[in-house]
Design a protein around this ligand. Structure first.
Ligand code: ADP
Length: 352
């Protein structure tokens, strides 16, 4: 496992920002436009690796809905980006034998956007709304009767001539996805029959995900190479796929036509400064700054952000969560502190 020294951290410090990182779990343009990328999504529940509890719950709900000939209950999926929420919505539609219409809350700004989607739904179809915590108030209020009574209440006309027209909707399933379940209003949350959290994936599931993707991309990686990607992908399938594509680039350039081994994976990912635990330059810059300039902390978020030239909200939402999850960083009432595990990872002695 590569241990990055403090001097390496300093050397790369001026080059990276927290946006558009190889290890960012949010989708980058290449995640959707890369050739054959869409083919990496599992299509059926049996191909969907990991998330056992989620699969169990949804599999029963799907069978029950099919048995009753009714639409599946509304489903809310929450958890960090890149863990398979959109994929699960598409899998559910496939299992139910219906279409899934995909949109996201920021695309539903005007009332007519959501009305247009709802009135065009066919019986038992799925409507997937990503980032559902960002719905406007008006869109939310249109959804309440639609979700509860399959009814759309439209106001026609203005002022004293305004009247309400009610349209009946076919039975349908709303699948909402969010990274911030706490930001959802409670009336909206209460209208979902199934509320499920997606967890970061364990190493064995990640290894299986990498293995499956190598097959689909026509690559050959040995066991150690798959494990190396699994270790570095931050528990996130989207990142695993992205790292795999970078490994494929290096294999192509080197003309490797045989089995790709862990050394090649290490070469490819080191080139992108993704270390043995999946930390990249932005992560290490933050820890290095805390260690070198502040004795490991505590340091307030604003001070850190100013020193790193980042926006505090980006630092908090994009860089810190993974460091917290690994136990390399702690948030205390007095500020951020590097833990002894964090110190060790960067090659510092455990005690300040
Ligand atoms: P989210 O909607 O949670 O941000 P996505 O559903 O878009 O995440 O997943 C990102 C990518 O990760 C997908 O394109 C898919 O290839 C892969 N993926 C996600 N979950 C799984 C899984 N359980 N098994 C295999 N691959 C997965």
């Amino acid at each position: 496992m590569a241990i990055v020294s403090s001097s390496a951290g300093r050397a790369e410090s001026s080059k990276t920002t927290a946006k558009n990182r190889l290890v960012d779990a949010a989708p980058l343009p290449e995640d959707t436009t890369a050739p054959r990328e869409d083919g990496l999504r599992p299509r059926r529940l049996d191909d969907y690796i990991g998330q056992h509890e989620l699969k169990q719950v949804l599999s029963i709900a799907v069978q029950a809905a099919i048995g009753r000939g009714d639409a599946l209950d509304h489903v809310l999926l929450y958890g960090p980006p890149g863990l398979g929420k959109t994929t699960m919505a598409l899998v559910l539609a496939e299992e139910l034998g219906v279409k899934c219409r995909i949109t996201s809350a920021p695309a539903l700004e005007r009332p007519r956007d959501i009305v247009g989607l709802l009135v065009n739904l066919q019986p038992r179809e799925l409507l997937f709304i990503d980032e559902i915590h960002r719905l406007t108030r008006v869109a939310e209020e249109l959804l309440y009767p639609a979700m509860e009574d399959r009814r759309l209440d439209l106001t026609v006309g203005k002022g004293s001539t305004a009247r309400t027209r009610t349209l009946d909707l076919p039975p349908f399933t709303l699948v909402g996805a969010t990274t911030r379940a706490g930001a959802l209003s409670s009336p909206l949350r209460d209208r979902f029959g199934l509320i499920q959290r997606l967890e970061f994936y364990g190493i064995d599931d990640l290894r299986a995900i990498v293995k499956r993707a190598t097959g689909l991309l026509g690559l050959q990686l040995n066991e150690e190479a798959c494990l190396e990607i699994a270790r570095r992908c931050r528990g996130t399938p989207r990142i695993a796929n992205r790292l795999l594509r970078r490994v494929r680039d290096v294999a192509t350039v080197r003309g490797v036509s045989t089995l790709i081994d862990a050394a090649l994976v290490d070469e490819a990912l080191s080139l992108h400064r993704v270390d043995g635990r999946g930390l990249d330059a932005s992560d290490r810059r933050l820890l290095e700054l805390l260690l070198e300039s502040h004795g490991g902390g505590p340091v307030g978020l604003e001070t850190l952000a100013a020193a790193l030239g980042e926006d505090p909200a980006t630092l908090e939402a994009v860089v810190e969560p993974f460091l917290l999850q690994l136990g390399f960083l702690q948030r205390t009432p007095r500020g951020r502190v590097v833990t002894s595990a964090g110190r060790r990872h960067l090659g510092w002695s455990e005690q300040p």
